[in-house]
Design a protein around this ligand. Structure first.
Ligand SMILES: [Zn+2]
Length: 433
């Protein structure tokens, strides 16, 4: 297969300056960044079933204000990190309440309440604990979506016969290349980065999976799609962007546990080293899918992923075209800002090669010009980082525009300081007899 145009790459060690030379100019067909999309995991609907009834408004009633509640205003509720093991929790009934919170959760949380609240009546404590837990309890519509997804997967799993049962093993290390396994087992920054290239700043390329795994996975997905067609089972699109091409979410037909382990054992150690600024060390869920594109399917538009870290593996087959392009990492506030020349990179999709990058690294894929390309994409997410992000306003740890604004603020502050010192110096001179 002729190798598509590519940027020259240099081998890197973390901490050195990354140099990418001989970059081709942006090709004519590169779309402009206006209207960049956040690529999302599609919402779950119940295939072959009528849509669920919309959730009843205000399904969760606000409990009556308990007596004496004024003594325990919300600002007092700051959970203690260290639980009071000597505290004997109250009784919170036999089953879950209307939020789905079980008595065991209330009892466990009660040990974290501040001392001035620990002795309050049970209903007062429950009221405040609910105000904390409410932020973490799925909304009624989320619960319906989760239930729909569970039923959708159960229907598939009860009928679909896997072609390669060995793929469903819970030990993905059998699919991993020895050199990669050794690098991960080394468990140091040096051992992990020693097997990697960095073709663009923040984009890491390396061999990881055995060719036999790539072949098996492609034929398993094909088998699944053929089965779905013959069984008249409607398949959910893997993402909001991919209206063309063929594809499927891998957890829908039983690969969830194997992929959980792949993320935990192999992707998390890399992300901990390479992407700590976006919760690379706290990845705890993923959405993984396979996509097949041909000439007629067009380009995969300019977008950012719904992930903190994205793993993209080109599984095959034979194709030309389909280069990936990158246009800089941005936070949610600056996702539609312009691209600086030095942020524009093109990288070929090479069968067998894995790319690892920020989910917020803006990118797209050019059209396949001949043949068909198949990729597996894993969006790795960190619920901890997503929670922290709600309280953050400055993402200069990775966003170029935030860095620019921060520098501008520092320069302005310095200028003001200099002006103030100069004025006070002038005044001192004037006062000197
Ligand atoms: Zn920003």
């Amino acid at each position: 297969m002729p190798l598509p145009r590519r940027a020259a790459t240099v081998r890197i060690r973390r901490g050195q300056i990354h140099r990418v030379t001989a970059m081709p100019p942006p090709p004519q067909q590169a779309p402009e960044p206006a209207g960049l999309q956040l690529l999302l995991q599609p919402e779950v609907v119940a295939p072959n079933h009528p849509p669920p009834a919309p959730p009843a408004p205000a399904a969760v009633p606000v409990p009556p204000q308990p007596q004496g509640e004024a003594r325990y205003r919300r600002p007092l509720v700051r959970l203690q990190a260290v639980p009071n093991e000597d505290h004997v929790p109250d009784n919170y009934g036999d089953g879950p309440d209307e939020l789905g919170i079980t008595p065991a959760v209330y009892q466990a949380l009660e040990r974290h309440l501040p001392p001035d609240l620990a002795g309050a009546p049970a209903e007062v404590k429950r009221y405040f604990m609910r105000s904390v837990l409410r932020n973490y309890v799925p909304s009624p519509s989320q619960r319906i979506r989760t239930q729909n997804q569970r039923e959708y997967r159960e229907r598939i799993l009860s009928a679909y016969q896997p072609l390669h049962p060995e793929l469903y093993t819970n030990d993905p290390s059998t699919f991993i290349l020895p050199a990669f396994l050794q690098a991960i087992n080394g468990n140091t920054e040096e051992s992990i980065t020693s097997i990697m290239m960095e073709p663009a700043p923040g984009v890491f390329a390396f061999p990881m999976l055995k060719p036999s795994f790539c072949q098996m996975l492609m034929s398993e997905v094909n088998n699944f799609l053929r089965w779905a067609q013959s069984a008249n089972q409607r398949i959910m699109r893997p993402t909001s962007l991919d209206r063309h091409g063929r594809g499927a979410a891998l957890s829908d037909f039983g690969l969830q546990e194997m992929l959980d382990n792949l993320m935990k054992d192999f992707i998390s150690p890399m992300s901990t080293v390479l992407f700590p600024e976006v919760g690379g060390n706290t990845l705890d869920s993923h959405h993984t899918f396979v996509l097949e594109y041909g000439e007629a399917d067009g380009a995969r538009g300019f977008h950012v992923d719904d992930s903190e870290v994205t793993l993209n593996i080109c599984l095959g087959k034979h194709f030309t075209g389909a280069d990936m392009y990158f246009r800089g990492i941005r936070c949610g506030n600056h996702v539609n800002s312009g691209t600086h020349d030095e942020e524009y990179f093109v990288h070929p999709n090479v069968p067998g090669q894995v790319l690892l990058h920020h989910g917020s690294h803006r990118h797209g894929v050019f059209s396949v010009t001949s043949g068909r390309r198949v990729n597996m994409v894993m969006w790795c997410k960190s619920s901890v980082f997503r929670e922290m992000k709600k309280f953050m306003t400055d993402f200069s740890g990775f966003c170029r525009e935030c860095q620019f604004q921060r520098t501008a603020r520092q320069v302005q502050h310095l200028q003001e300081l200099t002006a103030r010192i100069s004025i006070s110096g002038q005044e001192s001179e004037d006062e000197t007899p």
